[in-house]
Design a binder for this molecule. Structure first.
Ligand code: APR
Ligand code: PHB
Length: 389
């Protein structure tokens, strides 16, 4: 087999890149380890920056998103029993979009199938070969048979646990990581959201987040110990703890119900440099991870895809490699700013086991400054809605 681009990973990064390339006549095959249903079964976040939405529109897959999404002009920050709003629209004239990442991925798969573009599911033993040569190729097994695809380029969109990052020699790549000493216990419930906007809550018992997917599907999180397991938490225990972490006037109107999904996610900040090695380009979670506090996961993948897509088109249409040659530099410049913001939101709103009384005072002062200072709110708004590509 041959393809201009082999995309390893059929998550949102790989699918969005594949759709953008397909619309410009560039052949790309997607290799996905799991099945479409398995990929769509993953529960992920739901805040989209305008930059991501515009990429979906450029890819021609934003019709349902534009019809069904919710526009969020701001967010609420709760500190103990107090709560204040950071209104992005009033502060900087921009908003964010609430639309589940699962729906993004569904729309991308539907578009890919409608276009008849090649996606190979249930692949194993993917190996990226010759990435540092002019003739890379990818081998894999599927259906009990071995396969090889020769290509011009490989896009490693296979997430944090994929093979792409590992293909870059340790003598070439450098990794930066911060692992946080807690996790997020999240549930989905078919209940109306407690507020029209998200509520990020700092409480003496730890962080909580009130989010949503639609008018009758809510998403809630509480900071939990890394030793916790989902089965350690009954629904009743979750709801009781959530109510203790949000302001009373909010807890009083919380509609509880049975969880239809319950899971624990660890929190880490992670970046690998460079994001390119020869003809291999890393995108999305394959190259970087952010703690979910800043809602940046998918949105950081968006700028990677933007830079790589335009770089590849510059190569194919203008025979100019400037875009791909600068891909890693440009992607990392935005990634590190998103890493900083996600780290800042996490540090601002969580209780760390080793916090001293002084540390707590600093955290309280940070929250008070955000509450009282419009410039501090503008800085938060500018980062939350997404820095320019
Ligand atoms: N071969 C083929 N596919 C693989 C391999 C492999 N060796 N390893 C992983 N994959 C697939 C996974 O099954 C997954 O579907 O690659 C895909 C990677 O998708 P994501 O992990 O969702 O990463 P990405 O597409 O970059 O999306 C980033 O998704 O994980 C969230 O919070 C993250 O919002 C962010 C977004
Ligand atoms: C979610 O809705 O799952 C969500 C929203 C905002 C975040 C993290 C997760 O910061």
């Amino acid at each position: 087999m041959r393809s201009q681009v082999v995309i390893v990973g059929g998550g949102p990064s790989g699918l969005l890149l594949g759709q953008l390339l397909h619309r410009r006549g560039v052949d790309a095959v997607v290799l996905e380890r799991k099945t479409r249903d398995y990929v769509l079964g993953r529960i992920r976040a739901g805040i989209l920056e305008t930059g991501f939405v515009n990429l979906m529109r450029e890819a021609g897959v934003a019709e349902r998103l534009d019809r069904e999404c919710f526009i969020h002009e701001g967010t609420q920050i709760a500190d103990g029993n107090e709560m204040f709003s950071v209104n992005f629209q009033e502060l900087i004239g921009e908003s964010v979009v609430l639309y589940g990442q699962t729906e993004v991925t569904r729309d991308l798969y539907d578009a890919r199938e409608a276009a008849g573009a090649r996606t190979i599911f249930n692949v194993d033993d993917v190996e990226i070969c010759g990435a540092d040569t002019e003739a890379p190729f990818v081998t894999f097994t599927a259906g009990g048979q071995s396969h090889r695809i020769d290509c011009d380029f490989v896009a490693g969109c296979d997430g944090f646990h994929g093979v792409s990052r590992q293909t870059i020699p340790l003598t070439v790549r450098k990794e930066y990581e911060k692992v946080y000493p807690f996790g997020w216990l999240g549930i989905l419930s078919e209940t109306p959201p407690v507020d029209d906007e998200l509520i990020y809550a700092n409480s003496e018992r730890g962080f909580a987040l009130c989010s949503m997917r639609n008018a009758n599907l809510s998403r809630y999180y509480i900071q939990c110990s890394l030793s916790d397991r989902p089965e350690d938490w009954s629904d009743a225990a979750f709801w009781d703890e959530l109510k203790r972490r949000i302001p009373e006037h909010v807890a009083d109107k919380l509609v509880t119900g049975p969880s239809i999904e319950k899971s624990i996610a660890p929190l880490r900040s992670f970046v690998t440099e460079p994001m390119r090695w020869g003809r291999l380009f890393l995108c999305g979670d394959a190259a970087h991870i952010v703690p979910p506090t800043g809602a940046k996961g998918l949105n950081t993948a968006a700028s990677d895809i933007h830079y790589l897509y335009h770089g590849l088109m510059q190569f194919y249409e203008d025979k100019d490699s400037e875009g791909i040659d600068r891909y890693s530099e440009k992607a990392l410049a935005r990634i590190w700013k998103a890493e900083r913001f996600s780290w800042w939101m996490t540090t601002l709103l969580h209780r760390f086991p080793e916090m001293t009384e002084f540390d707590l005072k600093m955290q309280q002062a940070d929250i008070a400054f955000l509450r009282d200072n419009v410039d501090a709110q503008r800085v938060m708004a500018t980062n939350y809605v997404g820095l320019p590509f």
